[in-house]
Design a protein around this ligand. Sequence first.
Ligand code: SAM
Length: 257
Amino acid sequence: MNYGDWALLQDRRGRVYLFRLQQGGTFNYHRGSIRHEAIIQAGVGRFVATPQGERFSIHRPTLEDYVLQMPREATPTYPKDAATICFLLDLAPGMRVLEAGSGSGGLTLYLARAVGPTGQVWSYESRPRHLERARRNLSEFEDWGNVTFVQGDLAQAELPPNSFDGIALDLMEPWKALNNIAPALKTDRFLVCYLPNLTQVITLLEQIKTLQLPFLHERTLEVQHREWDVRPPIAHPKFQQVGHTAFLVQLRRVGGG
Ligand code: SAM
């Protein structure tokens, strides 16, 4: 660990604190502070304490830690859902994936990691401020040089035909872009829509039927993680859980050209 790196401190109650290590920097806690220098000297996987005896374990933040804590303009796709989107898109290193909107860049980070340095992510965002936030969040955490951000409305974008191995949409009204993006998705590959409301899922499927768009509805699912508090003899589901985030709709591109 060095100056400029992200550090994550975890207290004994499991609360986490994410920050960048700075020369002369200090981590301030309500029961004392710790110099960044002391954190670097201790190193990851080890412990530091304030003069008042508050102990913290030291970690490099995971992608999940970062997405949950990073600055945001729009609500990022929740990590459990972002990971599942990569799985539903059947992504692998070297693939090319299209995304909208970039928002805060949460899903972008997951897609970029899934396709790796030999792959490509094209990320569309209509709002300049959101695009700038996504760009910064990506570059400040993990930039493989494989993301192209484009400012604009995906429904109006000029996309090369038959060129993407997957498409992920986290938009309020994804159906407005379907006509435009369908030819860009390779046949037999997947489009996944992230939709908080079931009414949106129904509208999406109705629009596909009405407009006779070349997509098969493979499945609609929710990702539920039920965390447990296990500290024997205590062992029960945590009283506070992440509730509903969104529905994931997996669609498969069918038909030719
Ligand atoms: N998945 C993002 C993340 O993980 O940070 C969050 C996306 S946010 C919920 C939705 C974004 O879509 C907003 O930033 C909005 O400006 C953008 N948006 C909405 N309609 C759009 C369109 N037609 N084309 C491009 N971006 C659009």
